[in-house]
Design a protein around this ligand. Structure first.
Ligand code: PGA
Length: 258
């Protein structure tokens, strides 16, 4: 039985006190639950330390939403992987489509972010996904394969074991349009087959592949019941404690019923 991972990507939301309230509410909500599911909360940089303090008494891990390609030095405004690690961060989202599209991050930049994270003992949650135009022209498999190959496939097997993948079709992010379970399953199975060709069957099976893109309390269970969907990367719905906990419950139910 493979358990699930549910990660919340808060993006650039919440003031300090709102962030504190939400973290405490999540901690309270999962308090006493015996969970198979691993929970990762990814707030903005400023709240990571607070999140890590609350996580110490709770049942979730803390992730960042981004990391610098560089180790340290004259990079004004950047945050390094060692800064994250020493602030209590264990995971980092890398290659979110908003970073790729709005901030021009390339597969090569992302490869550096993967390396610097692994070197600092931070587990990357590496995002892949196609734009609508790619899907409409049937290039979606090719796009996702390239993203995997160019940013991850230089890793050796031991390094690759540390990677979590999130499939997030760009047309589904923040739009309220979710991939159907069939679309999600098809792409997840494809991603697993690409990993299998490179790293073998066992590593392909063991790799966590999360779905993200308008995943919410209503549709999470159907998505999580798909054979190759190992959990979710949740944006908007992770900002509401009740919705987020329902999604965690959906992950639990799907683990028990798979
Ligand atoms: P969404 O975002 O759930 O709000 O669509 C998902 C994400 O961008 O990680």
């Amino acid at each position: 039985m493979k358990n699930k991972i549910v990660a919340g990507n808060w993006k650039m939301n919440n003031t300090f006190s709102e962030a504190e309230d939400l973290l405490l509410a999540i901690a309270e909500g999962i308090d006493g639950m015996i969970l198979e599911t691993e929970i990762i909360i990814c707030p903005p940089f400023l709240y990571l330390e607070m999140a890590a303090d609350i996580a110490e008494e709770s049942n979730f891990y803390v992730g960042a939403q981004n990391v610098s390609t560089e180790e340290k030095g004259a990079y004004t405004g950047e945050i390094s992987a060692s800064m994250l690690k020493t602030s209590g961060v264990d995971f980092c989202i890398i290659g979110h489509s908003e970073r790729r599209t709005l901030f021009g991050e390339t597969n090569t930049d992302l490869r550096k972010k993967i390396d610097v994270s692994l070197a600092n003992d931070i587990i990357p949650v590496f995002c892949v996904g196609e734009h609508l135009a790619d899907r409409e022209t049937e290039k979606h498999f090719e796009v996702v394969k390239n993203q995997l190959e160019e940013s991850l496939f230089h890793l050796d097997t031991n390094q690759f074991e540390q990677i979590i993948i999130a499939y997030e079709p760009v047309w589904a992010i923040g739009t309220g349009i979710t991939a159907t379970p069939q679309q999600a399953q098809e792409m997840h199975a494809f991603i697993r087959s690409v990993i299998e060709q490179k790293y073998g069957t066992e590593h392909a099976y063991n790799t966590y592949i999360l779905y993200g893109g308008s995943c919410n309390a209503q549709n999470a269970l159907d998505l999580f019941m798909c054979k190759d969907v190992d959990g979710g990367l949740i944006g908007g719905a992770s900002l509401n404690v009740n919705d987020f906990i329902e999604i965690i419950n959906a992950a639990e139910t799907s683990t028990k019923n798979n």
